[in-house]
Structures are given as structure tokens and as C-alpha cells.
Design a protein around this ligand. Structure first.
Ligand SMILES: [Fe+2]
Ligand SMILES: [Fe+2]
Length: 191
């Protein structure tokens, strides 16, 4: 599917707020791709599609995982909303005809991140957090600056913010986010 078609189709399934967020991620991902020397078109596609399964209920997400034989980890069974990332990656392939593995993977890991991410994975993980239509978040201006100048530092800061928020609010923590934080904290320390 072309970008225009994807946007039209997403507009029909996502809430207005979620659609605006997706457009924001597309825009920021495009800017980050330009600044970090990545294919802007791919970044746009990954950005607009990253939450393409976010309209499903938790029950539906679990059902889709069963249907497509996607493994569900304990934390995902407990917090099924996490599954919108891996179901989104499958939807990108089958509903939107995306064949590019880099795009699929960036959608798959956009919520938790992971150690040693590809450039596009880092772009989408960060853009999801800093897009302009989100409500104000701690340290956001500093993270925005980093996103365009030092992407590893930006990833480390986003992961730290997410973990801080979950610790303060008593939310469940996905070990992958902790691993992402440790990996990028160590990476920026030894350089
Ligand atoms: Fe998401
Ligand atoms: Fe998102």
C-alpha cells in the first residue's frame, strides 16, 4: 500500500486522537531519518503504522496472537495492551502489504525497545515518545533535542522515563524495557 492509502485506511480504524498521534510519529520519524541519514519513506511508513493494532481490545489482541501463532510472554498475558506492537507488526504485513523487515521490526519493538536496536527501531521507539501532539512529559524538551543530535542518548532517556513512570505509578514493567535501558546506558557510558 502507498502512504496515502495507508493513512486513509488507518483513519477509519483508529480514534481521532490515536490517528493524530500516528501522524505525529510519522512526522518526527521522517525528520529523524533525514538527520540521521535513513530512508525517509521507510521511516514515514513505520511511523504512521506503528499503532495500527491499537484499536483492538485486550481480548482481541490475545485472540489475534493465538490466530497468528504469536508467542505471548507472561508480562504480555498480564498486560495485553503490550501485544498491540507484535499484532501491529503482523497487520502491517497482511493488511497493509509491508514486506520490509526493518519496518516490521520497528513496529514490533516500538513499545519496549530492545538492546542493540537498528536505526529505524531507535527512530520509531523515540518518535513515539516525543511526537508533538502528546501531552507534556518530564524532560521532553531535552529528549527532543537529543533525538535529533544523539539518538542513543535519546533512547536511553526515553527508556528511563518510561521506567520511572511505571515505578512511580506501580505499573508492570516489561524486562525488555529494563534491558533496553541498561544496554543504552552502558553504550553511552563507554564511548
Ligand atoms: Fe504503541
Ligand atoms: Fe504510539
Amino acid at each position: 500500500m502507498e502512504l496515502d492509502e495507508i493513512r486513509k485506511s488507518l483513519k477509519q480504524v483508529l480514534s481521532a486522537k490515536r490517528y493524530l498521534h500516528s501522524v505525529g510519529v510519522e512526522e518526527v520519524a521522517c525528520d529523524m531519518a533525514l538527520l540521521h541519514g535513513f530512508d525517509m519513506e521507510k521511516a514515514k511508513v513505520a511511523g504512521i503504522l506503528h499503532d495500527c493494532a491499537k484499536y483492538l481490545t485486550e481480548q482481541q489482541l490475545l485472540e489475534e496472537c493465538h490466530k497468528y501463532h504469536l508467542p505471548v510472554r507472561d508480562i504480555e498475558r498480564k498486560c495485553p495492551f503490550l501485544l498491540h506492537a507484535k499484532v501491529g507488526a503482523i497487520y502491517a504485513r497482511i493488511k497493509y502489504g509491508i514486506e520490509d523487515d526493518q519496518i516490521i521490526s520497528a513496529i514490533n519493538y516500538h513499545t519496549t525497545g530492545r538492546p542493540a536496536m537498528s536505526l529505524l527501531e531507535k527512530i520509531i521507539f523515540t518518535a513515539d515518545y516525543i511526537e508533538p501532539y502528546r501531552k507534556p512529559l518530564p524532560r521532553i524538551e531535552k529528549i527532543r533535542k537529543m533525538a535529533y543530535t544523539d539518538i542513543d542518548k535519546a533512547v536511553e532517556m526515553v527508556a528511563e522515563n518510561v521506567l520511572d513512570y511505571l515505578r512511580k505509578s506501580g505499573g508492570d514493567i516489561d524486562i525488555l524495557t529494563v534491558e533496553t535501558h541498561h544496554y543504552y546506558r552502558d553504550k553511552i557510558m563507554i564511548r
